[in-house]
Design a protein around this ligand. Structure first.
Ligand code: C5P
Length: 222
């Protein structure tokens, strides 16, 4: 690739976006949160009054969808057709339906095209499920970020609590496991580790340490 590419994949709530965002800031790379894009399509379906099961309807919606990112703290701001959906894409309803919407062939094709376009002018750090395997198979660095399901549920629980969202830990754990199962078992580009990806286990490790570790890996490949 002409510009440097870092692919970060892994299961839900492994810390991908937190880590990727910090790394992108440190290295002056563009950060692309592909999960936010699938979430935005899921919100678009809802706004259009479509059922999440309506693959044909959602497919027909795709040419009318624009997704933009703008800098924000603590998370990037996300705009769907010019309208801010930063919070809506993280709602429980969106989270529990995004795996279905992202399993549709046309949705994946469209998002992958958009994601590849974003690598044409800048070095990128892209996080998701199929970045190392499908979107950027020639990425210079591929990381597969994992953590125990208990720790991932705890992290999501704390995050939700800060936002004032009340969901108990057990339910969160079940939802994370259900989403991982669907994402790993879908027909098209399921969540799997690329052969040449480096596994980084973040269980019991702080954000700073994970960032430092991946930064070292990137420097070794530059
Ligand atoms: O990363 P995040 O948890 O926000 O992703 C939300 C969902 O979007 C995932 O559970 C998965 O269904 C879908 N996704 C995907 N491919 C990607 C990124 C996310 O299918 N590259």
């Amino acid at each position: 690739p002409a510009f440097f590419q870092v692919a970060i994949d892994g299961p839900a709530s492994a810390g991908k976006s937190t880590i990727a965002k910090i790394l992108a800031q440190n290295l002056h790379f563009v950060y692309v949160d592909t999960g936010a894009m699938y979430r935005a399509v899921t919100v678009a379906a809802k706004k259009a009054g479509l059922s999440y099961e309506d693959e044909a309807g959602i497919t027909a919606l795709l040419p009318k969808i624009t997704i933009e990112f703008k800098p924000g703290t603590p998370v990037q701001r996300v705009f769907l057709n010019g309208q801010e959906v930063t919070d809506e894409i993280r709602s429980t309803e969106t989270t529990n339906n995004v795996s279905l919407v992202s399993s549709y062939a046309a949705v994946r094709k469209d998002m992958v095209n958009k994601q590849r376009e974003m690598t044409e002018k800048n070095p990128v750090i892209m996080d998701g499920r199929d970045i190392g395997t499908t979107v950027l198979p020639n990425a210079q660095v591929k990381i597969f970020l994992v953590a125990s399901v208990d720790e991932r549920a705890e992290r999501r629980y704390k995050e939700n609590k800060q936002k004032g969202m009340a969901v108990d830990l057990k339910t969160l754990k079940e939802e994370i496991e259900a989403r991982d199962y669907k994402d790993s078992h879908r027909a098209i580009s399921p969540l799997t580790k690329a052969d040449d990806a480096i596994v980084v286990d973040t269980t019991g490790i702080g954000i700073d340490q994970v960032v430092a570790k991946i930064k070292t890996i990137i420097e070794e490949h530059q």
